[in-house]
Design a protein around this ligand. Sequence first.
Ligand SMILES: [Zn+2]
Length: 472
Amino acid sequence: MAETEAGLVRRVRDLAPAQRGNGRSLHRPLLLLWAVGQAAAGQPRQQPWTQIRDSVTPLLARYAGGQGSQAALYPFWALRNNGLWEVEGGEDFSLTSGGRRPTKATLDEANPMAGLPKDDHELLTQDWALTARIAGSLLLRFFPDVMEEVAHAVGLQKLLAGGIDVALRPRVGELYKDRTTIAAAYGGNKVGGITPLEDGLLSVFSDDKGPYDDSRVPGTDWIAYTGDGLSGNQELIKGNKSMAAYQAERRALRYWHKPHGGDFTFETWAVVVQCRKRWGVGADGNRRQEYVWILAPVASPLSETWTEEVKAALGADDLTVHDDLDLEPSEAGPDDAPGAPTPMDRYRKLSAAARRTAAQRTKRSKLTTVERFLRSAPAREAVILRSDGRCENPECLGHPTERTDKGAPLLEVDHVTQLSDGGDDTPESMIALCPNCHALKTRGSNRRELSRKLLRRARELDQAFSRGEGQH
Ligand SMILES: [Zn+2]
């Protein structure tokens, strides 16, 4: 990217209006969009204050809550501070409001020419793709509910006729070797899991080799995404704060995913439909509280393309944090430490937590499935504990003790009876299987007979463990 272009993109990205009591102040983004619209329409780069004032005052009143004849004064003067606006002779005006800006009377009398800086204007009139990209990202960042309307009002509807989402870069499906190449192409931070690209729109990155298993919730296309912060209790700061803001504003973010040995792909746009809090294990190996953001994929960042299911989930979300912290973790620590709980104690505790969740369950919806999956973590942990890292099929001929790179057992915890057939996610109806036995159980021709055997085995193991007769 040429330096002039990079500079313009950066200054637009850094346009971060102050937070006001009732939301963000949108005066500057709106004036900038108006100016971009003027460039796209072939209007002169600079126009007199009075003409600009009369054009933007009604827009500010309608889309930025800027009432009265003074409204245009603020962005007209303040956008200069972002390096995106010039006022001829501006340095000679006497300022009021503690030296912050001239009065309206001063401007009315001098009627200075003003507009975009020359280099920026030249770029915008020569590179329509760039202009559309900048306009699209501004609309999405600041006017998500009235994008089309604002585009029309500032004369950008023709430029964006192909679709605001289509104007944006990167596009869904683009893939890159790693975070460095993404940053080279689209800016942004190279390491953060939750971070905006250079266009100011939030991206979340999920790496299968990373510290978390951010994954599709089985049986759904929704994603349970672990929040920002590697060790210690996660807080509502940095990436998590950005996620909460997107959740509150019902805005779409970009979801990137890197499978084992694959490339980083901008997989889909997604919206945050729920925030949860649970126990997890930090990078330092210690238990900590972490956020889980439930992401629902959407076809585009434009809300009119979202499915009824997603809209219903957004409508049902009152922004409360759903608390899974009642599911107590098993205590970490060496098993032989004095007073340390035995595996049997931990098993009983995890089982009890799993049964509490199973008892509470009533509704049926995708959110329920997600909640159920997340809240079945203690049950899965209990089963892994019970398995002692070995496939629990007594007739296993596969690789019962195989491990992953991270040293975790390569076991899949499975419901012996399908959830849809009334199976519960409590340890007595779940079993840890090696990949081979798991395939036999789901796809083998003897799967029904095997399922019966496995269910019997799971119950035996559960009873033995609950009585304290496990094999540890
Ligand atoms: Zn096996």
